[in-house]
Design a protein. Structure first.
Length: 327
């Protein structure tokens, strides 16, 4: 028997699972992933603050780093090599449309379409919203306490956004993700709620408030002076153009048929193309009649400094072998 007979076969995988987590833009801190501690997590329940995007299609990564020779002597000969540039790209298609996948598939602000006020003038990114209601003390990430008159304004099945009033602040805004960067003071009191990722679906309504179908990404809302307010959302909108770039940490997992796992961890990803969609056929029988519209994303990896040895890196590839595999 040859030595190669003892080698483990290459992993056989079906699909790729994607996860994203928000980069702290103010502190410039990405979300790190340690395969040694977290690598065996349930694919349906990622460790916080990673958010599952479900299965993705067409996952492809490309190393754009350039290695150049250092020449010496006469005639010149290669003495050593050095990295001239450090770059990596990754692209794929999302299999669902959600607020998060829409935001990840565009390079600029992704906004909530606030339920409009009565008689409000139309606007491309949403009319003036109906007045926000005050979130009361005692609220949690899944239960929003409201005055009874305010609770009556909402119904099960609505999407709501919860965040603070905009009061002229500049810089990054939005809870818990920086949804925009304000360069000069604005006048829209609802602007933070327009760009926030702190949204959820209403499961039920009572006289004391709302029960949400999922926890608010920002946790229990702040109350009291300068606390958060709530508005209904009709949908979402993004724009092609603008100067703001979303930034996320990305994690992509390939699970082999024997239980082995391959991880691609990108600490910093920014969209490198504008919003785009692709239309795919549902099958031969439906060709020319029905098409599935999917969001596409192309991202550039930005470098981080690895504290282990001070090296700059753009991606970590980890491999967890199957049980009892030869190494």
């Amino acid at each position: 028997m040859t030595a190669t007979s003892y080698l483990a076969p290459a992993p056989v995988v079906r699909r790729v699972r994607g996860y994203f987590a928000p980069v702290n833009r103010v502190a410039q801190t990405p979300v790190l992933f340690d395969a040694s501690e977290q690598g065996r997590f349930s694919l349906d329940s990622p460790p916080a603050p990673w958010v599952s995007l479900g299965w993705i299609k067409g996952f492809a990564r490309k190393a754009g780093s350039k290695v150049v020779p250092v020449l010496s002597g006469i005639p010149a000969a290669v003495l050593e090599q050095t990295r001239e540039t450090l770059e990596a790209q990754v692209g794929f298609e999302f299999l669902s449309w959600t607020k998060l996948t829409m935001a990840l598939a565009t390079g600029s602000q992704h906004m909530n379409l606030l339920a409009p006020a009565s008689g409000a003038a139309a606007a491309a990114d949403g009319a003036v919203g109906a007045a926000a209601v005050v979130v009361q003390a005692g609220s949690t990430a899944t239960a929003i306490a409201l005055a009874s008159a305010d609770a009556a304004k909402f119904s099960a099945g609505q999407i709501v956004t919860v965040d603070v009033d905009y009061n002229g602040q500049t810089g990054f805004v939005g809870t818990p993700v920086s949804g925009a960067y304000v360069k000069t003071a604005l006048t829209d009191v609802d602007y933070v709620r327009r760009v926030t990722f702190n949204v959820a679906l209403v499961a039920s309504v009572a006289s004391t408030g709302l029960t949400l179908a999922e926890p608010l990404p920002g946790g229990a809302p702040a109350t009291g002076t300068g606390g958060m307010k709530l508005q209904a959302v009709e949908g979402f909108v993004d724009r092609e153009g603008g100067s703001f770039f979303q930034e996320w940490s990305g994690l992509f997992v390939m699970e082999g048929s024997q239980g082995e796992r391959i991880f691609f961890h990108y600490p910093r990803l920014q969209a490198m193309v504008s919003a785009e969609e692709t239309a795919g056929s549902l099958g031969a029988k439906q060709a020319g009649t029905l098409a599935r519209v999917m969001l596409g994303g192309q991202y550039r990896a930005l470098p981080v400094m690895d504290p282990l040895d001070g090296e700059r890196v753009v991606c970590y590839r980890s491999f967890l072998p199957a049980g009892n595999s030869l190494v």
